[in-house]
Ligand binder design. Structure first.
Ligand code: CTP
Length: 140
């Protein structure tokens, strides 16, 4: 089997109303690491950050965990990525490039440089998002 660039990869998200943009991201993550850990935002965390998921944490976590490209699902409880790293000790953090340049990720890039953890951004799938699905449902 071809060797992957990273041993343990990590990515996060709400993954509400699971769609192909989520799948594209997770497949690209798994193509670069042997073990992919996905931290799914809990309902409490989502509410605190201003999002109201339609699907419960329990079901979102089950759906993400059932995918061939995902090895482990954990609950995401902290905003601080360094705190998350302390718990899961991943070699790389993956994210959609909608986060690139944000204050949160600029800080994370500085923190991770010090501990030698890479951050890899993948192109956001522009044709779909959870917000778009919700807007569509409102209109139809
Ligand atoms: N993502 C992506 N392409 C999309 C939607 C999401 O690459 N079309 C990526 C995000 O960049 C993030 C992960 O999938 O790394 C989880 O995103 P999440 O916020 O759960 O999904 P969105 O559909 O972007 O949700 P919302 O519209 O509520 O922001």
């Amino acid at each position: 089997m071809e060797e992957k660039k990273y041993k343990v990869g990590y990515t996060t998200g709400v993954f509400d109303l699971f769609h192909v943009g989520h799948l594209n991201l997770l497949e690209k993550c798994k193509a670069q690491c042997e073990k992919l850990i996905v931290a799914v935002c809990t309902d409490e965390y989502s509410h605190e950050s201003g999002k109201q998921p339609i699907i419960s944490y329990k079901d979102r976590a089950r759906i993400v965990g059932a995918l061939k490209c995902v090895d482990e699902v954990v609950p995401m409880k902290y905003t601080d990525k360094l705190e998350q790293w302390k718990e899961h000790k991943f070699d790389v953090l993956f994210s959609g490039d909608d986060w690139k340049g944000s204050e949160r990720y600029k800080r994370t890039e500085e923190d991770f440089k010090k501990i030698g953890v890479d951050i890899v951004y993948f192109p956001y799938t522009k044709s779909i998002s959870t917000t778009m699905i919700k807007e569509n449902l409102k209109e139809n």
